[in-house]
Each structure stands twice: as C-alpha cells, then as structure tokens.
Design a protein. Sequence first.
Lengths: 143, 433
Amino acid sequence: MNVEQISIFLENKAGRLSEVTRIFEEGRINIRALSLADTSDFGILRLIVNDNEKAKRLLRENGFTVRITEVVAVEVQDQPGGLHQILTALSKAGVNVEYMYAFVRQSGQNAVLIFRFDNTAAATEVLRREGVPVIDGLDLYAM
Amino acid sequence: MIYNEEFETMPREALESIQLRRLQATVARVYNATPFYRRRFEEAGVAPADIRSLSDLQKLPFTTKADLRDNYPFGMFAVPMDNVTRIHASSGTTGKPTVVGYTARDIQTWAELMARSLMAAGTRRDDIVHNAYGYGLFTGGLGVHYGAERLGASVIPISGGNTKRQVMIMKDFGPTVLTCTPSYALHVAEVAGEMGVSFRDLKFKAGIFGAEPWSEQMRREIERTLNLKAMDIYGLSEVMGPGVSVECIEAQNGLHIFEDHFIPEIINPHTGAVLPYGTPGELVFTTITKEAFPLIRYRTRDLSVLYPEPCRCGRTIVRMGRIQGRSDDMLIIRGVNVFPSQIESVIMETKHFEPHYQLVVERIGTLDQLTVLVEVNEAMFSDEIKNLQSIERELERNIRETLGVAAQVKLVEPKGIQRSEGKAVRVIDKRNI
C-alpha cells in the first residue's frame, strides 16, 4: 500500500547525478518523481521509479550506496489550501514530516505529495480519518 | 655573531677528539645506568670498550620512538629522580606522550645552546625577545626563554594564543626578535593587518621559527610580510628541544648543528646504512653531554642532508639542510604530531566505518586544515541528511578528543577513495612545504 522510494548517496562532485540518469536510461527505468537534498559535501537523491528492484540492482552494480525508504503518497486538489489542510491534521496528531516533495499529475487536476514521516503508521491513520486519498505504490509506479 | 667562539669555530680535529671522549663517557654511562641500553648493546654484541673511534658509533643499535614509548614514562632516564629537575613531554603516537627529563646541568647546557642559537640568528643583549612559543610541557617556550635569559636579552614570555593582545604588546613594548612557529608568524601578521598594524612600524629585525616544517617560499613570505630576517631552528624534545641546530643570520643557508653536544648521522631509512655527507636521508642523533635522558643513535624520522663545508659566518660545525619531510608518514598539524594510523584506529573504534579513509591536509590562509575522507556504506546510510551529518560530527568529536586535533570529516561514495596496488595513499598533503 505504501510507496517505496529509492535514496542514493551522492558525493558533491560533477557528473554523479548524470551517472545515475545514464544507468536509468540504459536500464529503461522511468523516473516518476525526484528530489535532491544537499549539504556542502554530499547529497541524497530520492526517487520514485517504475521498477524499484531493477533500479536498486543496477545502482548497486555501479557502486552506489542505495537504500529503500517507505514514504506515503497522497493526492490533493491542485488549488490553494490543499496542502495546508493535510499538514494541520498531521500536526494536531503530533506527526512530524521529515521531508516532502510534490509533483503535478499529467491531467493537471491533482497534485501528488510524497511524504516521509517520523511515524508512518500514525500518519497513514490520520490521513485515512481525514479522507485524504492515499495512493497505492503500484499505482504510483505505473502513473 | 658567535656566542661561544671556542666551540662553534673549533678546528675539526679538536672537535672530533672532544666528541669521541664525550661519546665514550655517554656510552659507558647508559650501559651502566639504563637497563634498556645494556640489553640492546648486549643483543648487538657491543660493549662500551668497543667504541675506540667516532666511526665505531655505527656499531651501536638505533633507538626509536617506539623504544621511548615502551619505556614510558621514566624508563629511559639515566639518573635517579632526585637528580631530575625538569620534565617535558611531546605529543606521542598512541595518546601517550614521549617523556624527557633534565638534570640541572642539562638545563644549563640547553640554555647555552639556545643562547648560541639566538645569537646566531642576530640576537644581542640589548634585544627584546617576543617568545610566542607555547610554555608548558612543550619544549619550545621554556627552551627559548632560558636561552634568552642566558644571553642577557630581555624576554617577553607571552606564550601562544590571544593574538590581538600579542599585537598590542608588539606595538607597545617594541620587541626586536620574534620566536614562534612559522605558521603562527603568518597568522600574527594577518591579525595585525586586520587591526590596522603594519609590521613596517614595529621594531622586529629577526625571527627564529621552528617546531614545524616550512619552505624557502614560506621564508620569503614571512620576511616580506613581517619585515624581518627569518631563521630556521631545529630541535626535538627527545634530543633536547629547540637549539639542536640553527641557521645563522649571515648566510641563512643550512642549520648549524652544535656538534660538541650532539653527533648527527644521515642514514638510509630502509637499510639503516650510514650515508656520506651531501646525501639526503634520515637524521639520527646521539647526545654526548646529556645526563638525565641520553639518547644513542635516535632515529628522528626527519629527512635532511649534512654539509661539512665551513660557513661564511665562521662556524666550522656541520650544517643540516632544512627538513625535507618524514621517513614515516607522521603529519604535523598546527604543531600536533598525527600519524595516519592513529586516525585509522579512531575511525575503526567509531561504529559504522570501514577502514577506507584518506587524509587531506591543506593550508587555508595560514592555518593547517585536516580533512578526513571516509566512505559511506549501506549500513550507515540513512536517507536523512541530519543522520549522516551526525555520523560525521561524531567522528570529528572522537578525533578531537583522542588526538587533540580538529579535523573535518567528509563522507564520500563507496570506492570514492582510490585503492592502490601496494601501500594505500593515506595522506594528501597540499601544503607545499
């Protein structure tokens, strides 16, 4: 039900990101969403792709440090206040957002938010109670 | 200017006969007073009576830093503790320092040799010496201090640190001779600049810099920015402290070794064979007047070369070239001795890490910066920045607490550190010394 995200450790030097995209191109792996967090000396690339197992295997074969993290994807209407409503409910329930990123679906009606929570189970429960549509991993990979 | 004409300009033959007599006395004394040396000599099949000429020195075994460590703290002392009047120590290889002792006469000898050094570098009785070497267990501060007093100069025992106050005192007291590490000299110049104080307006004429390796290029930089003549001084606490050798202000070309107290040799660091004058190799010293802590053929691991030609200053004693590096992989970071193996053991004791690491040393501005590169692995890899950063900070803290040196830890990708066929390249020193 939840979404698996691939995280990759990247040294802060030229060509590392394009090495990842080269591997994906050769492996015919499609990126659904991504975000890059960085510090002065390293970065963490977080990706949702269409084939986690294959992506993980190819990255490891090429010497990357990879980790699978469980994240939660929800769909909100692409309009003012959409995100705020969700965050307010989570905050009331004492759930902390470690990080998040978003993309807009091709139809342009809804936005997809990817969340990493400190407590995934509690967060999912809050979202369910609030009637926020949580996207299934398999649906997301195939989007 | 020469403090002790008799010994510094002695004809070679006369000097060598004094050296032989003193060597024989030292060898006999350590053989009788120090179980370590007696055992070593016996293992090597050599007795004090075998030392009949200076070249017989080569029959004696080497002494290493590991020997000093094994005999920590006082096992190498050759006199009872009631004859020891001073104890110094230097940073060691395993967290334990190297401990050295001095009798009252040793302190007198050291003061004499530092007085010679200060005068060789242009110091006279009417000079004011601004002594910014650290006072304490480190030999730099007190070594210079006693020498300046012996010479009859005025000494400002400012020690290290509090640089702004140092600049104020330089302005107000008008010292004429500066003694400190070369990197600190440049740091002071920088701080003075920020305070709007120019060395052109200060009264310094000479500086005596040592305790860390430096280059000709750095000498020019110091002479230009500090507006003084910069001389190199050499010494190590095991052998005595500063004042083993020094450059003269007349030639600034090689450091005169006070051979009436120390016998230098240059050896091939791999075979131990003694090399002729003019051939670079590892410096080895035998002390021939020290009472509390005599050393026989001590391997300094410092790389240099010996020149026997008399100098235009008039001294006949041998000169050594400026230190070219180390025969082991020891680094000197802001005056602290650091071996890569020490960092390695801290890395291994800190959970998470694998033994792939590299040390990068740079001189940023005037201060040394040590960066430790370590490889990330999947066990430690969290996809949250703060977790990885806390792993970096933890290792930094462990290095600082264990070695007393500030390092910056940087995570790199697995295999991000180049593997080499034979010995791993552990250290990249970009300081251009």
